[in-house]
Ligand binder design. Structure first.
Ligand code: ZN
Length: 273
């Protein structure tokens, strides 16, 4: 007599991936579960096998027959190719080549280099891409990264940052090999949650009222009356140009929630005569 395998529904499979996430000992915490027709076939978490991503761990436990037409639930958007000549296939390529046909994603990778690239890659390769339900997604976003470790970045990016009591300072470096930096501080959230205050060096902060798109700011220095701070509702952009610096940092508030702030930034060069 063969045992009848238990069938799991979509949210139960998402929760299995979430359970795997919680086994990770280091950040970012990522878990994955592979299934077919609701039957769990394998699981994996980042670090279960040293140096391997969660998706790879789960996939390498199965053979090609098992993987054909399978579904993978992964708590974080799978990595796409990050740099040319990467030693291993990215998880996206691995998934696309494995025979898996459906990818269910918990949260998009907030690092600027990956954000939505993985999801787009999978769609371009004709895989079905689905998302976890919003309730579990929020739980994942708050447990994947150690937010408070994030205080700096290089180049353009997006990050969901946890709101902390004393505010938080960020420094963005212009690029790899370009040491120019700009810093700013985000104030702690206070009710109502309809804005945040961004503070930077004296006479360095400008506002572009009513403009919600970086590309619509061809010349950041067009905007006058620099101050040391800007009050930013969702969608609004602050322009930070420290006096004498040839680097400009544009910061946009994408979302404000009771626990965190989602920001996007872009670096620019300016000419100082
Ligand atoms: Zn990966």
């Amino acid at each position: 007599m063969t045992a009848i395998s238990e069938t799991l529904n979509d949210s139960e499979l998402a929760n299995r991936a979430m359970e795997e996430l919680s086994k990770c000992l280091t950040y970012p915490k990522i878990g994955a579960a592979v299934s077919r027709s609701g039957v769990l076939l394998s699981t994996g978490f980042r670090g279960e096998v040293s140096g391997k991503h969660a998706e790879r761990v789960a996939i390498e436990k199965l053979n090609s027959e098992q993987l054909r037409g399978a579904t993978i639930h992964t708590t974080l958007e799978p990595c796409a190719e990050i740099y040319e000549g990467q030693r291993e296939k990215s998880c996206c390529e691995l998934i696309a080549d494995s025979g898996i046909s459906t990818v269910c994603i918990g949260a998009l990778d907030p690092s600027g280099r990956i954000y939505s690239k993985g999801m787009n890659f999978l769609r371009d390769n004709r895989l079905t891409v689905e998302l976890f339900s919003p309730s579990i997604r929020q739980k994942i976003e708050s447990s994947t990264f150690k937010y408070d470790d994030f205080s700096g970045a290089i180049g353009n990016g997006k990050r969901r940052v946890r709101s902390v009591k004393n505010g938080k300072k960020f420094t963005v470096q212009f690029a790899e090999g370009d040491e120019r930096k700009t810093s700013f501080r985000l104030s702690p959230l206070s009710m109502p949650l309809d804005h945040i205050d961004l503070v930077a060096a004296n006479d360095s902060v400008r506002l572009a009222p009513g403009i919600n798109d970086f590309s619509k700011i061809p010349d950041p220095m067009l905007y006058q009356d620099p101050s040391h701070f800007a009050r930013l509702p969702e969608g609004e952009i602050a322009i930070i140009a420290e006096p004498q610096s040839t680097m400009v940092l544009l910061v946009k508030v994408l979302e404000i929630t009771p626990t965190d702030i989602y920001i996007q930034w872009e670096v620019r060069n300016i000419r100082r005569s």
